[in-house]
Design a protein around this ligand. Structure first.
Ligand code: SRM
Ligand code: SF4
Length: 552
């Protein structure tokens, strides 16, 4: 096909995602890697970046950009053992900036890894039984699942699907092991035949999440495939399947849009669920746009073909039909902060981690505290899609020990002390590492919230659980388009302000005012909060109010 995009050709001629990565790594003249290899390393779970704060200074000295790499782990459902935590903590300290960053997709990223340190990083992860395969690139990414075991008595059974799906959709190439672990070279590529991904992989990234109602913590409708667990009589019956969610747009390109996934039916738990997922991918693989990457996500394929046709094609390939969707209702998206007990009596402490950044700063030594907790060997860890961490699976007899560490390091004070606004807020990474950022996000949102909190207090709204999200550009990594207050970066210090999304993640918001600076943001919010406090119905949520009053 002559109109394939350049990346399609790079994938196709990459010999199983190898390209010239090995040669790029051994080139000591530059801290960067070759351009085509930059696309390929994404499939291995990493991105080439540079410190944007230092661009000008380095350019003035006629120095090349300060290239480093970001590595993202594959953690289906966001689960780590205590030993893996310790290993990850050590790797972060030795090879990266030291900050452990919890992402909005329930995993962690390490930033600032020099080219020469990528291999030792991967090898240390592998020694801890961790990998970064397929966490980026045109392939199925980290699979999400509602994090908190309190969510359901059969949480473990549902949670296991995140791992099953991740395994089902792993690429067959052994390139990751060969390049990063120096495993034996694969000479016969027939050993790597990949019936799902073939030679060109997916047209674009692919994302799957499993939600356990009534909590939609994973933002299930923002995914290419959303699975909504259907539990009846305390048994997992199966899943409502939603397709075509995606939360990215491009400023100035009206052809791009955010879209919530459409429920296409119900499928029984077990093999039928896995078959359905697999064939939804094969249809997108075969019908997705491979010439224009801006239009390549599943959401555009679904709208181009029509939901009915897409479902019919999947059903034909599955050899059975979807049943009618079952009733499922969501009522929240918030994490369960603090201590909670599950049905078996195990304890869970959800720590508030502002924007997912685990580090030791002047306010709280969060990284050290979590290391000490891990060193007890009496816990596991689960990441949430709200960028928090749950200290998990604590036996009743060990709770006092863990609690004393959390007290000693003031983690409980820190978690309890955060306002409702802050606990419901997410920001993406943005500057200084994200090459696509137009404005700040995780470095700016905390201070902006400190100015919004007094406005809420002024209008008697301090305890409102308003879902607030900020992204440094319209790509939507912080899922701003499904928030009640969304900030989308347009340029340095400027944001579009979005309002009117619902609390449960079932309705997109819309632009309220464009290109606002901080003063204008605070002025607008002050006015809207004033009306909300005066004109709201009893218990009406902020997003619903903004919609009812047609503010957007
Ligand atoms: Fe994202 C690209 C960070 C979740 C939509 N995202 C990027 C890159 C890799 C920039 C790049 O392409 O060079 C960012 C790296 C920043 C850095 O320095 O670390 C980046 N995305 C993130 C994370 C780390 C944000 C965070 O603070 O947690 C999240 C990592 C998730 C993970 O563990 O896999 C992250 N990204 C998301 C989400 C939210 C989600 O999936 O629930 C979205 C919107 C949902 C969606 O996909 O529709 C999202 N990221 C994008 C897009 C737009 C995709 C599109 O359809 O056009 C890009 C740009 C691209 O792919 O071209 C992007
Ligand atoms: Fe970067 Fe934009 Fe994603 Fe934020 S939303 S991490 S600025 S790509």
């Amino acid at each position: 096909m002559s109109n394939l995009s350049h990346i399609e050709k790079v994938k196709e001629s990459s010999l199983g995602l190898r390209g010239s990565i090995t040669e790029s790594l051994s080139d000591e003249l530059t801290g960067a890697i070759r351009e085509d290899d930059q696309a390929l390393i994404k499939f291995h779970g990493m991105y080439q970046q540079d410190d944007r704060d230092r661009r000008e200074e380095r350019a003035a000295k006629k120095l090349d950009r300060l290239y480093t790499f970001m590595v993202r782990l594959r953690l289906p459902g966001g689960f780590l053992t205590a030993d893996q935590w310790i290993a990850m903590h050590d790797v972060a300290g030795e090879h990266s900036t030291g900050v452990i960053k919890i992402t909005t997709r329930q995993t962690i990223q390490l930033h600032g890894i020099y080219k020469s340190k990528i291999k030792p990083t991967m090898q240390a992860f592998n020694a801890a039984k961790l990998d970064s395969i397929a966490t980026c690139g045109d392939i199925n990414r980290n699979v999400l699942c509602s994090a908190h075991p309190k969510q359901s008595a059969i949480h473990e059974e549902i949670f296991a699907y995140a791992d099953k799906i991740s395994t089902l959709l792993m690429p067959k190439t052994k390139a990751w092991y060969e390049i990063w672990l120096d495993d034996e070279k694969v000479y016969d590529r027939k050993e790597e035949v990949d019936p799902l991904y073939q030679e060109r992989y997916m047209p674009r990234k692919f994302k799957i999440a499993i939600a356990i109602p009534p909590n939609n913590d994973v933002d299930v409708y923002g995914n290419d495939i959303g699975l909504i667990a259907i539990i009846q009589d305390n048994q997992l019956k199966g899943f409502n399947v939603a397709i075509g969610g995606g939360l990215s747009t491009t400023h100035g390109n009206p052809e791009t849009y955010a879209r919530l996934a459409t429920v296409i039916g119900f499928v029984e738990a077990g093999d039928k669920t896995l078959k359905a997922i697999y064939e939804i991918l094969t249809v997108q693989r075969d019908y997705g746009n491979r010439s224009d990457r801006k239009m390549a996500r599943l959401k555009y394929t679904v709208d181009r073909l029509g939901v009915k046709k897409y479902r019919a094609e999947v059903e034909e390939r599955m050899g059975f039909k979807f049943e009618d969707p079952r009733i499922a209702e969501f009522n929240s998206r918030t994490d369960y902060y603090g201590w909670e007990q599950n049905h078996e009596g195990l304890w869970y402490y959800t720590v508030f981690v502002e924007n997912g950044r685990i580090l030791d700063d002047e306010q709280v030594a969060l990284k050290e505290a979590l290391l000490q907790v891990a060193k007890t060997g009496k816990v596991t860890f689960r990441f949430t899609t709200n960028q928090n961490v749950i200290i998990s699976d604590v036996q009743p007899a060990d709770k006092a020990l863990i609690d004393s560490i959390l007290q000693e390091f003031k983690i409980i004070e820190h978690t309890n002390g955060a306002s409702a606004l802050r606990k419901n807020a997410i920001a993406c990474v943005a500057l200084p590492t994200c090459p696509l950022a137009l404005a700040e996000a995780q470095r700016y949102l905390p201070s902006l919230l400190s100015k919004i909190e007094p406005l809420l207090e002024k209008h008697g709204l301090t305890n409102e659980n308003i879902i607030t999200r900020m992204t440094g550009c319209p790509n939507g990594c912080g899922r701003s388009y499904i928030s009640e207050i969304g900030f989308v970066g347009t340029g340095p210090g400027r944001y579009n302000l979005h309002l009117g999304g619902d609390h449960e993640g079932e309705r997109l918001n819309r632009v309220y005012k464009e290109n606002l600076d901080e003063e204008a943001i605070l002025l607008e919010l002050d006015q809207v909060f004033e009306r909300f406090s005066r004109e709201r119905f009893t218990a009406e949520k902020f997003g619903d109010f903004a919609r009812r009053k047609q503010l957007v």
